[in-house]
Every structure is written in C-alpha cells, then in structure tokens.
Design a protein around this ligand. Sequence first.
Ligand code: ADP
Ligand code: ADP
Length: 227
Amino acid sequence: EPFISLQNVKKIYGSGTNQHLAVSDVTLDINAGELISIVGPSGCGKSTVLMILAGLISHEDGQVLIGNTDNPFDANRDIGMVFQQDLLLKWRTVIDNILLPAELLGLPVKESRERALDLINLVGLDGYEDKYPKQLSGGQRQRVSIARSLIHDPKLILMDEPFGALDALTREKMNLELLRIWEKSQKTILFVTHGISEAVLLGSRVAVLTAGPARMAANIPIELPYP
Ligand code: ADP
Ligand code: ADP
C-alpha cells in the first residue's frame, strides 16, 4: 500500500468565467521512504501538486490519500517544506530559525533543541548555530531550510525547486548533500524541479508533468534504475 496516492487529481484556479485549469489527471503513488522527483516546465502545475499534498489548496476531481488508518496523517504535524527562497527570519539565529516549526507546534523545548543540534550536524553546519542568515552563503541558508523542515520529525518533506536560486556548482553540491541527508533521515521526499538532470540524479523515480493540453494524458511516471 503506497504512503501517498494521487488518482486523477484535477485543479482549477478561479471560478465562473475566470477559470484556469492548472492540472488534470495527475496520478502518482509514492512509497514511504522514497525520494521522488516531479519534473516539468514552468507553469505545468508542479507547485500546485505540492500545495494540494500539503493541504494548502483544495482540488476539484480525483483522490488524494496520504497515510493509512494505522498511520493517520496530519498535514500540520507531518509535513515539512523547503522552497526556492529560504524564508529564514533575519533576526533569528540559525538554531532559532530551525526551531521555529517546533515552537509553533508547541513541542518540548529541551528535546527540540537537542534535535536541532543533531540536524545542524546532519546538514553539515556544525559551529554555525549562533550565526545569522546574512552571515551564510545561499547554499548554507538552504541547509538551514532543510534542517528546519525536519525539526518536527515530519513524515513527508515537500521541496519546491529548493536549489533553483543557487549557482550551478553550489546546486550540484547541494544535490549530493540532499541524497546523503535523505539516506540518513529515511524521510519520504517529493522534490520538484524544472531541471531534468537534477530530477534524474535525485529521484529513485521521476514523475513527468507536461504543460499545455497534452498534460491530460501525459503524467507518466518513468521507472529508473537507482544507482
Ligand atoms: P509550476 O510550479 O510547475 O511552475 P504552478 O503549479 O505554479 O506551476 O502553476 C500551474 C498553472 O496554474 C500555471 O498556469 C499558473 O499560471 C496557474 N496558477 C498558479 N497559481 C494560480 C492562482 N493562484 N490563480 C490562478 N492561476 C494560478
Ligand atoms: P539542470 O537542473 O537539469 O542541470 P537547469 O535547471 O539549469 O538544468 O535548466 C534546465 C532547463 O530549464 C534548461 O533548458 C533551462 O534553460 C531551463 N530553465 C532554467 N531556468 C528556468 C526558469 N526559471 N524557468 C523555466 N525554465 C528554466
């Protein structure tokens, strides 16, 4: 039984005469612990699919199932997100940025702090806990974002072009870092990108979302051998 199952999911933005079909017939099963890439050109609906999974927007048709009765899913507690922009608070230190979701969820302070220090180690930022975002490089800031997405031990991490704003070399380095972090954390990760090479490098499977009318029939998950 897959951890996540999307079946023929459709999303229309707007209403009345101002409707816009964002995605239709998106079908995808994801197993627990997988790192799946969703790739496709700008505007094909990648962010829309992530926002539906995060419970941030509704969908029209189709089914979205996450978790199961033995393992019920709570979008507030069980999702961590990483965006292209780091969204770090500039007046908070690295560790206090990482702790923010734990604070919002009211998790125990001492345990959260210990977990934050472990995550700082995991993302390769030992010694940076008391630095401020402006003292960090773009790649380091995204390491902080990844640690923040993991602080409340969510079951699912959604990443929307997390390295899209980084220079090519840093992105390549961060791709390898992400693979290492994924292996260690054993999280289910959905990684959205418009870069084919990045999608293929990272994903144990790659889901392709196409733009335009063809998208109706073309959401074909490609099975790739994982290196
Ligand atoms: P991607 O992440 O692949 O770039 P999006 O999911 O952001 O694609 O967008 C899919 C389509 O839906 C695009 O055509 C976009 O213009 C449109 N869209 C996204 N958000 C909205 C919105 N809030 N209102 C109307 N149309 C939107
Ligand atoms: P990769 O991640 O596969 O190494 P890139 O993400 O740099 O490659 O680019 C993949 C393709 O997407 C290229 O053809 C590039 O021209 C195009 N591309 C780059 N940036 C954007 C963007 N912001 N919106 C749409 N297409 C883009």
